[in-house]
Design a protein around this ligand. Structure first.
Ligand SMILES: [Zn+2]
Length: 244
């Protein structure tokens, strides 16, 4: 079967003498893996160099017994040059790709996450506060992929939020003073940070990015989001080093 799709390049690696295998996150079919035969021998064979995080229109033949398909056409649609000129922006882009690659199963469509990644890359071209953008992306992707932390009350006893809540990576949400013995490694979280997390979850992308974050909230968000994602993905995301 011949399939057309629009996809963002998550990763590539060289294959045999002249080919390359690429993983795309496509709007229509989710994560798709394909081989581009001869791309390293004939650079004009495809209308794209399949650089990481570029957007491409692709055409491929599906393989009956494997999830590795044969890509016959690949044309560059967006390159995000301002991201590539800047090391910090490039690392932030790579981080989002690794996150999506770890979270998304093969060939499972998720248009909301596709749209989120496109928004993120478009905004990353020009935004001043890159860390805030990364945090908004992390919070939205947790929500859209079903990994949302529990922030409504204490995750153990369901008691309302008090000024002395902690965040438990292990239990996946807030715990109160009385339930501390359930996770001694739970970290302090201020009410301001809880409110910011909930606000970002509920707001549109643009509105979420306009939220002002104080230095305590910035510090807490960085610690909690990075560690929560690492804990729940059970996988160390190398590019997350940039956030530390
Ligand atoms: Zn409790």
């Amino acid at each position: 079967m011949i399939v057309q799709a629009e996809g963002i390049v998550l990763k590539t690696f060289d294959f045999r003498e002249t080919s390359r295998i690429a993983t795309f996150f496509t709007k229509e079919y989710g994560k798709v893996k394909g081989v581009l035969k001869g791309i390293r021998k004939d650079h004009k064979k495809f209308g794209s160099n399949i650089d990481q995080f570029s957007v491409n229109d692709i055409v491929y033949y599906t393989h009956r017994n494997s999830d590795l398909h044969l890509i016959s056409q690949c044309d560059l649609k967006a390159f995000f040059f301002p991201i590539r000129k800047d090391m910090k922006r490039t690392l932030a882009a790579s981080y989002s790709l690794e996150l999506i690659d770890s979270i998304m199963p093969v060939e499972e469509q998720n248009k909301d996450i596709y749209r989120l990644l496109l928004y993120y890359l478009n905004t990353l071209e020009h935004i001043g506060d890159i860390n805030k953008l990364v945090h908004v992306f992390q919070i939205k992707i947790l929500l859209l992929s079903g990994f949302r932390p529990f922030l409504d009350s204490c995750v153990v006893c369901q008691k309302k939020i008090t000024p002395r809540m902690r965040f438990s990576m292990k239990l996946g949400g807030l715990i109160c003073e009385d339930c501390r013995s359930n996770d001694h490694s739970a970290t302090m979280i201020s009410r301001g940070t809880i409110a910011s997390l909930v606000h970002i979850e509920r707001s549109s992308w643009d509105k979420a990015l306009r939220l002002k974050l104080n230095s305590i909230t910035k510090r807490e968000l960085k610690y909690i989001l990075n560690n929560f994602l690492i804990f729940h993905l059970e996988r160390y995301i190398k590019a997350a080093k940039y956030l530390k």
